[in-house]
Ligand binder design. Sequence first.
Ligand SMILES: O[C@H]1[C@H](O)[C@@H](O)[C@H](O)[C@@H](O)[C@H]1O
Ligand SMILES: [Fe+2]
Ligand SMILES: [Fe+2]
Length: 272
Amino acid sequence: MMPHTNSFGHTFRDYHVESERQQGVENFYRTNHINQTYDFVKRMREEYGNLDKVEMSIWECCELLNDVVDESDPDLDEPQIEHLLQTAEAIRKDYPDEDWLHLTGLIHDLGKVLLHPSFGGLPQWAVVGDTYPAGCAFDKSIVHHKYFEENPDYHNPAYNTKYGVYSEGCGLNNVMMSWGHDDYMYLVAKENNTTLPSAALFIIRYHSFYALHRSGSYKQLMNGEDVENLKWLEIFNKYDLYSKSKVRIDVEKVKPYYLSLIEKYFPAKLRW
Ligand SMILES: O[C@H]1[C@H](O)[C@@H](O)[C@H](O)[C@@H](O)[C@H]1O
Ligand SMILES: [Fe+2]
Ligand SMILES: [Fe+2]
């Protein structure tokens, strides 16, 4: 299950190796780090929290992702629908009884639909890439950290200390994460009354928060419930990352199974 190299022959998540994709990835993080400010995140949460853009089913959204390629990802240049199915199928193999986790795999990146023209076609830097809290100091463990020096919050004393606007143990639910596909999909799932367990919502919301789940930074902001949920996120992450490959899944073959899960945990149409 855990390959040592990605489809380009490099180790996973190596942001400094020489490769054809690397320059684009670094440019991506430069723009991302400069623009993700506390104010920007607040505005995006308000604008997209209304869920008044589109009405569609979960599967319709999966199909929209056929056209989406993620420029922040050094390990994958396949359309996103492949990544969704690769993740879900890899989990299904190892955890056959946790159907909620299979569905979580399928939907965790659906928020990337924000790139689609019907959602105003947000730029890549506002949708993909790793996430991190806004409103307190940017931790050194964040990929391409140096570009934060050009972010206005970096120089704002209200936002550039260890706790910033937060307090110890305040709970991640009270933290404004950089805006992107994670927080958006969390909102969509929650506001459309999914019956998925809270660990699923946590995975969706924080799966790009590598500074936390890989490097252990920002733990001081977690509460007891976050600590419990993090265990599932750590399991999930292995499948999200190491299932990335050029081996394609036969969509039509697995579709009936995933449609049955969608029906179990979601309404037929959702507000996006
Ligand atoms: O480039 C990737 C990609 O955008 C993923 O969807 C996200 O979850 C990761 O954190 C990021 O590194
Ligand atoms: Fe993601
Ligand atoms: Fe993913």
